[in-house]
Design a binder for this molecule. Sequence first.
Ligand code: NAP
Length: 294
Amino acid sequence: MVITGASSGIGLAAATAFARNGDDVVLLGRHPGRLQAAVESVRDAGRRTPAAYRADFARLEEVREVGRRVAAEHEQIHVLVNNAGQLAPARRLTADGFDPGMQVNHLSGFLLANLLVDRLRAAATDNEPARMVTTGSLAEAWGTLDVSRPGRRQISSWLAYGAGKQANLLFTIEAARRWGSYGIVPTCFFPGLIRSRFGRRSPLFTLARFAPALFQSSEQGAETLLWLANDPAALVPGGYFAWRRPMVATGRATNPDRARRLWDASLAAVGLERPAVDQAGQGVEGDRSGRGEG
Ligand SMILES: NC(=O)c1ccc[n+]([C@@H]2O[C@H](COP(=O)([O-])OP(=O)(O)OC[C@H]3O[C@@H](n4cnc5c(N)ncnc54)[C@H](OP(=O)(O)O)[C@@H]3O)[C@@H](O)[C@H]2O)c1
C-alpha cells in the first residue's frame, strides 16, 4: 500500500489500520516531523518499520523524484491511495506556475499515479486487481474547473479546493477507462467531515468544528478508504462512494468528455508525454500481458 498524505489525519489513520492488518505500508508526507511520528505510529501498529518518503506536492520536481524512488524501490504496488490534499493558500502561484490548490489536490497526485502505474500493473492478477483510491470531497460541487487548463489560477482557496476535488473524480473516471485493461480499479470517496489538520487556517472550517455532531474522527474518515482498498464488493471501476455506499456527484465531475480532456491537459501540465499504450482496449498493449514488466 502506498499512501500519500500519510503523515496526518485520514491517511495516517488508514496507514495505521493497514499496518495493524499486516499490510506492507509505504508512507508519503511533506512535514518531516509529522512523517517521522507517523513512521513510529505505523511501526507500533504493524511491528515493522514502514518505508517513508518526503515530498512537497506544491513542487512537481519533488513529486517526480519521489515517484522515481518509490518505483525503483517497490516492484509491485497493490494499492495506491491518493489522499494528500490541502486547502492551499491562494495568494501566489507555485514555482511550477500553477494554482497551489490545483497542484496539491490534483496535478501532483495525477503525476505520481502516472509514475507508479507500471508498479500497480505489476501487482494486478486475474483474481486480485490492483486498486487506486482517491480521497475526494463534496466540495467538488462548487468547483469551477477549466479542464483544458487545470493549473489555471483560482480566485480563492475554497474555489481551488472545489476544482481540485472535481478533478479527483474526473481523474478516477478516466483512469478507470484507460487503466482498466491493466487490471487496475480506480475509485474515489468522500470521507465525511473529519476532525484533522485540514482547514485549520480557515475561520469557517475552524468555527464549524465547534459543532461536534457534524464531525467524525480520522479513523471514521478512513473507514470507506479501507473498504475500497480491501473489499471485493468495492471493485467498481470509476466508482464514487461515501460511508461505503455509492455517492452521487455533479455532472461536471462525472462527464466522460471532461474527464478525457482533463487527462490530456494534466499530462501536458506535468510534462509527461502522452503514452502510446494508455487507450484502454485500443492500445498496442491493451491487454494485461505486459504485467510484471519493469
Ligand atoms: N477533513 C475533512 O473534513 C475532509 C473532508 C473531505 C475530504 N478531505 C480530504 O481528505 C484528505 C486528507 O485530509 P485530512 O482531513 O486527513 O487532513 P490533514 O490532517 O491535514 O492531512 C493532510 C495530509 O496531506 C498532506 N499534504 C497536505 N499538503 C501537502 C503538500 N503540499 N505536499 C504533500 N503532502 C501534503 C499532509 O502532509 P503533512 O502533514 O506532512 O504536511 C497530510 O499528510 C485530503 O485530500 C482532504 O482534501 C478531508
